[in-house]
Write a protein that binds this ligand. Structure first.
Ligand code: FAD
Ligand code: SF4
Ligand code: SF4
Length: 488
C-alpha cells in the first residue's frame, strides 16, 4: 500500500468494491427521458461512506478542481448528518447536485483516492450527489446575507461560470445582474446535457436559489447586440464574462450542408430546450431518424447518440477515429451508451456525407483507421488505412467534434485580448482580462472544458472582483483547475 494510505487513519477498508447506484433498466430507459441512475438511498450512502479511510493528507482533494473538503463531508455522511455534509461541500462548490452527476470523477477526485490504488476508489461523486439531493429535498437554510455594499456587478452568461460568480458575489453583499442570451438560465446544463443525465428541475432549483439570495437574471438579452461590454461598464462597477463555447465546430467534408445534418449543439438544443420531439405541440421539430450516425466520442457525442435512441432511432451509431480507450467521454456515459445498444464503430472516420436527389442525407462514407505513436495530445495518432472506404446507410448525421468560443463579445469589445482560438485571454489565477474591471472565466477563456472547471473560474473571478470593489489589491490564487479536464 502507498504512503498516502499509511498516513491514513489505519482503519482497514471494510468493502473493497464500491456500491453501485441502482439504475433504470436499459430496455426501459431507451423509451423515456427520465434520469438513468436513481442515486443512493440513505443506507447505501452511509455504507459507501464507510469505505473512506479519512486520509489525513486527503489526496482526493488535490484531484478536485475546487478542492471540496472530501474527507470532512464523507465523515458527516458516516454520521448520518447529510444536510451538514451538503453545507460543507457548498463552502467550495455551489452546485453539488450537478457536479455529483456530471464531473468526470474518474479523472479528478476519484483518480487520486487511496482506495483506488488497491481496490476501487470511494464513490465521491455519488456521495456528493446524494447529500446535495437530500439537502434540497429536506429544506436547505438560506445563508444570511451581509449588508449591501452598494456595488454593482454585471455577469454575462448564465452558465456554470456566470452562475457561480454571481452567487459568490451576492453572498458578499454586491448587487448582481446576470444577462443571458437564451430564455432560460443554466447554459449547457439546460440546453446541452439531456434530462436523462441531469434533470432540469435540479438546474431550475439552483437558479431559483440564486434569485432567493438576490441575484437578478435578465433572459433574452445578448451582450454585444442589446448592449456592449463598454456600455455595461458605464452602469456597473465590474463585468464578468462567462459566455462559454457554444459555437459548434463543423467537419470539413463534402455533404455537411445536406438536410438532416445537425451540429450536436443544434440537435441537443432542439430536443432539450425547445422540446422538438413534441412537435407540433412545440414548434421546433427535430428529425427522428431510423439510422442516426453521431461523429465523435466525447460527452456531447454520447448525449446525442443516446438522445437519438430515445427519439426512436432503430440504429444509433457512433463513429470515432480512435479506439474505446481514447474516448474523451465520462466512463459512465460510455458504459450507459453501450448498455443502451449504441453501436460503436471505433477506428472509423467519415470522408463524405452522401445525399439523395432531394438533398437529404442517405449515407456516410468512412475510412477505417489504425493507431500509431502518440501525437501532441499524448493520445495514439489515428492513421487512415488505404482502400478501406465503406458506406454506412443513414438518414441523420450529427457532428459532435467539439465547440469553439462564442465570438460575439470579442468581436464587439475593442481592446479585449483574445487568443488565436478565439478564447478571451485571462490571468487564470485572478480572472482578469486585458480590460480594467472586466473579468472572464469558463469555456470562453479555456475553450470547451468541464462544468466544475467553469464554476471554479467563476469563483476565482468573484474573489478578485470583490477585492477590486473593496479597494484591495487583487492577489493570485493557486488552484487545481487544470485537473482532469476532458474534451466534452
Ligand atoms: P456555458 O455553459 O456554455 O454557458 C454560457 C452561457 O452564456 C450560455 O447560457 C449562453 O447562452 C450565454 N451567452 C453566450 N453569449 C452570450 C452573450 N453575448 N450575451 C449573453 N449571454 C450569452 N462537462 C462536464 O463536466 N461533464 C459533462 O458530463 C459534460 N457534458 C457536456 C455535454 C454537452 C452536450 C456539452 C455541450 C458540454 C458538456 N460538458 C460537460 C461541458 C460543460 O457543460 C461546459 O464546460 C460548461 O457548461 C462551461 O460553462 P460556461 O459557464 O463557461 O459556459
Ligand atoms: Fe469530485 Fe467534482 Fe465533487 Fe470535486 S466537485 S469532489 S471533482 S465530484
Ligand atoms: Fe482517502 Fe479516498 Fe477517503 Fe479521500 S476519499 S480521504 S483519498 S479514502
Amino acid at each position: 500500500m502507498g504512503s498516502d494510505a499509511k498516513k491514513s487513519s489505519g482503519r482497514k477498508p471494510l468493502v473493497r468494491t464500491r456500491l453501485p447506484m441502482a439504475t433504470q433498466r436499459p430496455e426501459d430507459r431507451i423509451n423515456n427521458f427520465d434520469e438513468v441512475p436513481y442515486g443512493y438511498n440513505e443506507a447505501e450512502a452511509v455504507l459507501e461512506s464507510q469505505r473512506c479511510l479519512q486520509c489525513r493528507n486527503a489526496p482526493c482533494v488535490k484531484g478536485c478542481p475546487v478542492e471540496v473538503p472530501i474527507p470532512q463531508f464523507i465523515k458527516l455522511v458516516q454520521q448520518g448528518k447529510f444536510v451538514e455534509a451538503a453545507e460543507i461541500i457548498k463552502t467550495k462548490n455551489s452546485l453539488p447536485a450537478i457536479t455529483g452527476r456530471v464531473c468526470p470523477q474518474e479523472l479528478q477526485c476519484e483518480a487520486r483516492c487511496v482506495m483506488g490504488k488497491r481496490y476501487q476508489p470511494v464513490s465521491i461523486g455519488n456521495l456528493e450527489r446524494f447529500v446535495a439531493d437530500y439537502a434540497r429535498e429536506h429544506g436547505e437554510k438560506l445563508p444570511e446575507l451581509p449588508e449591501p455594499t452598494g456595488k454593482k456587478v454585471a455577469v454575462v452568461g448564465a452558465g456554470p461560470a456566470g452562475l457561480s460568480c454571481a452567487g459568490d458575489l451576492a453572498l458578499l453583499g454586491h448587487d448582481v445582474t446576470v444577462f443571458e442570451a437564451l430564455h432560460a438560465p443554466g447554459g449547457v446544463l439546460i440546453y446541452g446535457i439531456p434530462e436523462f443525465r441531469l434533470p432540469k428541475d435540479i438546474v431550475k432549483y439552483e437558479t431559483s436559489y440564486l434569485k432567493k439570495i438576490g441575484v437578478k437574471i435578465i433572459p433574452n438579452f445578448i451582450i454585444g447586440k442589446n448592449k456592449t461590454v463598454k456600455e455595461l461598464l458605464n452602469e456597473f462597477d465590474a463585468v464578468f464574462i462567462g459566455t462559454g463555447a457554444g459555437s459548434p465546430r463543423l467537419l470539413n467534408i463534402p455533404g455537411v450542408n445536406l438536410v438532416n445534418v445537425y451540429s450536436a449543439n443544434e440537435y441537443l438544443t432542439r430536443v432539450n430546450l425547445l422540446k422538438g420531439y413534441l412537435f407540433p405541440e412545440y414548434k421546433t421539430p427535430v428529425k427522428k431518424g431510423k439510422t442516426v450516425i453521431t461523429i465523435g466520442a466525447g460527452n456531447v457525442a454520447m448525449d446525442s447518440a443516446r438522445t437519438a435512441k430515445r427519439l426512436g432511432a432503430e440504429n444509433s451509431i457512433i463513429v470515432y477515429r480512435r479506439s474505446k480507450k481514447e474516448c474523451p467521454a465520462r466512463v459512465e456515459e460510455v458504459h450507459h451508451a453501450e448498455e443502451e445498444g449504441i453501436d460503436f464503430r471505433f477506428l472509423t472516420n467519415p470522408i463524405r456525407i452522401i445525399g439523395d436527389e432531394k438533398g437529404r442525407v442517405k449515407a456516410l462514407e468512412c475510412l477505417r483507421y489504425k493507431l500509431g505513436e502518440p501525437d501532441e495530445t499524448g493520445r495514439a495518432k489515428p492513421i487512415p488505412i488505404e482502400g478501406s472506404e465503406h458506406i454506412i446507410e443513414c438518414d441523420v448525421v450529427i457532428i459532435a467534434i467539439g465547440n469553439n468560443p462564442n465570438p460575439i463579445i470579442p468581436q464587439t469589445t475593442p481592446d479585449l485580448e483574445t487568443s488565436k482560438w478565439g478564447t478571451i485571454i485571462t490571468n487564470s489565477k485572478t480572472g482578469e482580462t486585458s480590460l480594467q474591471r472586466v473579468y472572464a472565466g469558463g469555456d470562453i477563456a479555456t475553450g470547451a472544458a468541464t462544468v466544475i472547471a467553469a464554476m471554479g473560474a467563476g469563483k476565482i473571478a468573484a474573489k478578485s472582483i470583490h477585492k477590486q470593489l473593496m479597494g484591495h489589491e487583487i492577489d493570485e490564487e493557486e488552484h487545481n483547475l487544470e485537473v482532469g479536464k476532458c474534451d466534452s
